[in-house]
Design a protein around this ligand. Structure first.
Ligand code: SIN
Length: 287
């Protein structure tokens, strides 16, 4: 980062992540500071941690919107009342009903990769964190692509894969956080096809764009070969050298890049409260 950035920038892990301190997002962020945040986002390899933020839903939405239009999650039951741009990622139960998606992200994934124009990035704000557990891990998919053996790069060159919300949803059947999808919701999340390797539109780097949560098969390959290749890519991309594990602090706001990272929520003991708000910024069709 340039010396004159209006905040402190510190790298967190070798693979992904940097923290930003001394920036108060409850106050207006001028264009110069915003440009520095965008640079920091690219330099972080896909994850910024803004420490000690005290922001309202309106401020969270307004800051997120500066990166692009916001996407509305298909599980409308878990949207913050009055603010559908915010998905509640929460295990809190009120009057016997979960108020949020309490088991969000328990399989490695890139948010909304099952849409035609998947997310650029997500901003997850910690309102209540548990005293134990609740970490989130992030994997650097550009480094993972670079490190692939030439033979595997050749096998995936020019290939596309199917992404589907239903693919992993079925694995959670019976969970109190997974209401049965209506026909309208199923239509909203119909399958899409994306390249297995995408080019990041800002950095120009190639990154793997498959994830265990939502990628169901590689187009044009027999089922067994598609499964074998996907499993190899999933295992390869989540090796420790590509991963940073985040242990949350109160009032962290995390902003991750869904175009070049995948993430995993590790979960916490169910009796401990974990309550967060997420916005999801729309991106471009992968190429
Ligand atoms: C998500 O996948 O967006 C949720 C991540 C988390 O709860 O840590």
């Amino acid at each position: 980062m340039k010396e004159d950035a209006p905040f402190q920038f510190r790298r967190l892990g070798a693979a992904v992540g940097a923290e930003i301190v001394d920036l108060d997002l409850s106050r207006p962020v001028n264009d110069q500071t915003f440009a520095a945040v965008r640079r920091a986002f690219l330099e972080s390899n896909g994850l910024l941690v803004f420490r000690d933020q005290h922001i309202t839903p309106e401020q969270h939405i307004a800051f997120s919107r500066r990166f692009g239009p916001l996407m509305i999650h298909v599980l409308d039951k878990f949207l913050l009342p009055g603010h559908p741009e915010i998905l509640r990622v929460s295990n809190v139960v009120e009057n016997g009903e979960p108020i949020g998606l309490g088991d969000a992200g328990r399989i490695w994934h890139s948010d909304l990769s099952y849409t035609a124009e998947p997310s650029l990035g997500s901003l997850l704000y910690a309102l209540e964190i548990p005293s134990e557990g609740g970490d989130t891990s992030f994997a650097n998919m550009a480094d993972a692509y670079d490190a692939l053996p030439a033979e595997i790069k050749q096998r995936i060159d020019g290939k596309s894969a199917v992404h589907s919300y239903g693919h992993s949803y079925a694995k959670f059947s019976g969970s109190k956080f997974r209401p049965k999808l209506t026909e309208k919701q199923k239509n909203e999340v119909a399958e899409v096809v994306h390249p297995v390797v995408r080019t990041h539109p800002e950095s120009g780097r190639k990154a793997l764009f498959v994830n265990e949560g939502f990628t169901s098969r590689i187009v044009g390959l027999p089922d067994a070969e598609s499964r074998e290749l996907l499993e190899l890519l999933f295992a390869h991309s989540t090796q420790p050298q590509f991963v940073y594990r985040h242990h949350w602090q109160d009032h962290d706001l995390l902003f991750w890049d869904n175009r070049c990272t995948i993430h995993l929520a590790h979960g916490c003991p169910p009796e401990l409260r974990r309550h967060m708000h997420r916005t999801t910024v729309k991106g471009d069709a992968p190429y």
